[in-house]
Design a protein around this ligand. Structure first.
Ligand SMILES: Nc1ncnc2c1ncn2[C@@H]1O[C@H](COP(=O)(O)OP(=O)(O)OP(=O)(O)O)[C@@H](O)[C@H]1O
Length: 607
């Protein structure tokens, strides 16, 4: 391995993580769609590589033809011209073949990049909404951007470079063996030595590469953590400790890298030295002189001197090629992992819900094979009523709420909408009936008008404005320099509470009969609590609302309160009845709810 190949690898491999075996994808499988153009490019590179040797052979043959001049003998001028024309022709063929091959590989790369990105984006449309968590945007960015970029180098350059690195030495060797086999063998020696040293430096390298990737990932994570948390750690007077942790991580990497260099570096440096042109030239010159001294004609030694360098020089290119192949394999694994995410099955024969009753029937759900997030839960949401889910942190409120818009499918039991299991309702139909405002609600990098009209792109500006007015955000948008045309993040920045009101305006305009709301979201910004509360009162009117309640005082008037504990509904009823029964709700109320001064609350539709 060359020292160059040991230099800091591209960033993308630094954040690599171990891919589950099931999701590993061979690079070849990803490249299969550009197999035709790549094969053509490789063939053209074979031609170009062979053509690149011709001028060197031409020099030898020209010398052979013109050598008689040195002794004052006539030369065959026609033959000399023929060689010159063949050399010129070969140079032309080489240029055309190389240019065509590179054109083909770059076009194939563009096709492959577009196709992989399209496959990734298409696949994101069918994965369950629950797949999109905190890590998902990073994973998608890495696969669609970094990993597809890594494939670019392989497709556009490495495959052709490696073709040349194999064809040139093999063809040169064949030619030299025919002319003077001893020069051929000496020319081969540096390559053999380089390959042995490369194998030595590769010993255990897969494990070392993995450790290298892991170490870089650790440094990346430590850097991000340090940069993100610096305000907090400084405020708590712990900047020194945080820095020390970061410095420790770097030191561990330096120690590991030093050990690796000591182990693999020496053979890497030796490999570079033995495959370098001066070493090969020295060996060939000494051999040539010895052969001429023993009576071999100089003209038979000359080809070895002129072409011998071409045998060992490509070893480095092969080393780089293998390194790039390894990185492409890593990238292919990440892309495969993303494309392997199980899609949310769409019903083959969708059914139309009859009405807007939501029934959760004896549902059991877990995120993984560990503990159950929901255990035998049943709940009925009557149209036009407000149901609140309450319970301690981790009791399963969000999990239950997210089953209705099919973020996940339960392992047992069913969630039905209008009498039809939600997994039998077409996705578009489901989202026209069920809307949600969750804490991680995302506003697009688009105009406020487009953000609000997301669910109804055909809505007029007046409709958008009246939804915004009901959500108590119209006035604030009016104050922005470009009003409803303001683009978030470019023309306008909004506070957390204001963003929430935009999300509520969006839900209002989408006008779904069923709405699921994370109340913590709605009250994220205390300053705008009253404004948001007014917006919510609009939202509730005439709709079925399922609210994940964190502040009990806000849901005292709810039509139904379901109390969750350890993934089970342990109580349900209205506020007064639940208090009277002196159970879990009464305990929660005493612990939190009754202490609050309630400026506002969500009114039940039937209250
Ligand atoms: N994406 C996830 N992957 C794995 N486990 C999860 C995931 N989300 C939640 N859980 C687990 O499922 C259980 C129920 O969590 P859930 O978020 O539904 O509770 P919650 O009552 O909404 O909590 P909180 O009030 O803190 O938001 C918890 O044990 C939680 O750790």
């Amino acid at each position: 391995m060359s020292t160059a190949t040991l230099e800091v690898a591209p960033e993308q491999s630094a954040v690599a993580h171990t891919t589950p075996a099931a999701d590993r994808v061979r690079v070849g499988a990803l490249l299969s769609e550009v197999k035709g153009p790549l094969t053509l490019a490789v063939l053209l590179y074979v031609v170009s590589s062979l053509a690149s040797i011709v001028p060197l052979i031409g020099v030898v043959e020209l010398t052979r033809t013109l050598l008689p001049m040195a002794w004052g003998q006539p030369v065959d001028a026609d033959h000399a011209w023929l060689i010159a024309w063949i050399v010129a022709g070969a140079l032309l063929v080489r240029a055309v073949a190389q240019f065509s091959a590179l054109m083909i590989t770059h076009l194939a790369d563009a096709d492959l990049g577009a196709s992989l990105r399209t496959r990734i984006v298409d696949h994101l449309r069918v994965v369950p909404l629950g797949w999109f968590g905190t890590r998902s945007s990073g994973r998608v960015k890495k696969a669609a951007q970094d990993d597809v970029g890594t494939m670019h180098h392989l497709v556009a350059h490495s495959i052709t470079d490696m073709t040349a690195a194999i064809v040139v030495p093999v063809a040169t060797m064949a030619y030299l063996l025919v002319i003077e086999w001893r020069m051929a063998l000496v020319a081969l020696l540096p390559m053999v030595a380089a390959v042995i040293l490369y194998a030595i430096s590769l010993g255990g390298s897969m494990e070392l590469y993995q450790r290298y990737d892991d170490s870089l990932a650790e440094i990346n994570a430590a850097t991000v953590e340090y940069a993100r948390g610096i305000a907090v750690v400084k405020a708590f007077g712990q900047a020194g400790r945080a820095h020390a942790r970061f410095a420790d991580t770097c030191q561990r990497f330096i120690t590991f890298f030093g050990q690796w260099m000591r182990k693999a570096g020496l053979s890497g440096v030796l490999m570079e030295i033995v495959s370098s042109p001066p070493v090969a030239l020295a060996a060939l010159t000494l051999t040539g002189v010895a052969l001429v001294g023993s009576g071999v004609p100089f003209i038979d030694v000359l080809p070895g001197l002129v072409l011998g360098l071409g045998i060992s020089a490509p070893v480095l290119a092969l080393g780089f090629g293998f390194q790039e192949l390894r990185e492409a394999q890593e990238a292919a694994n990440h892309v495969g992992e993303l494309l392997g995410a199980a899609p949310m099955p769409e019903p083959a024969h969708p059914r139309e819900p009859q009405g807007n009753d939501v029934d959760v029937e004896n549902v059991t759900f877990s995120y993984n094979e560990g503990s159950l997030a929901l255990d035998g839960v049943s709940l009925h949401l009557r149209p036009g009523t407000v149901t609140a889910l309450v319970g301690a942190s981790g009791s399963g409120k969000s999990s239950l709420a997210r089953l209705v818009p099919r973020f996940y499918d339960p392992q047992a039991g069913a969630v039905t909408l209008g009498g039809v299991p939600v997994d039998h309702v077409a996705g578009d139909d489901l989202y026209q009936r069920v809307g949600f405002v969750f804490s991680d609600d995302y506003l697009l990098n688009a105009s406020l008008r487009d953000n609000i009209a997301l669910g109804r792109p055909e809505a007029t500006l007046d409709e958008v404005r009246s939804a915004a007015a009901a959500a108590q955000i119209d006035e604030r948008i009016g104050q922005l320099p470009r009003g409803y045309d303001s683009v978030l993040g470019t023309d306008a920045e909004l506070s957390g509470g204001e963003r929430q009101r935009v999300a509520i305006a969006r839900a209002l305009l989408a006008d779904t009969p069923i709405l699921i709301l994370d109340e913590a979201t709605a009250f994220a910004d205390p300053d705008s609590e009253v404004a948001i509360q007014r917006a919510l009162s609009e939202l509730v009117r005439g709709r079925t609302l399922l609210v994940i309640a964190h502040r009990l005082y806000t849901i005292r008037q709810a039509d139904q309160i379901a109390v969750l504990s350890g993934g089970r509904i342990v109580e349900s009823g209205r506020h007064d009845d639940l208090l009277a029964s002196d159970g879990e709700y009464a305990r929660l109320w005493c612990a939190t709810g009754s202490d609050e001064v309630a400026p506002t609350h969500i009114e039940g539709n039937q209250a």
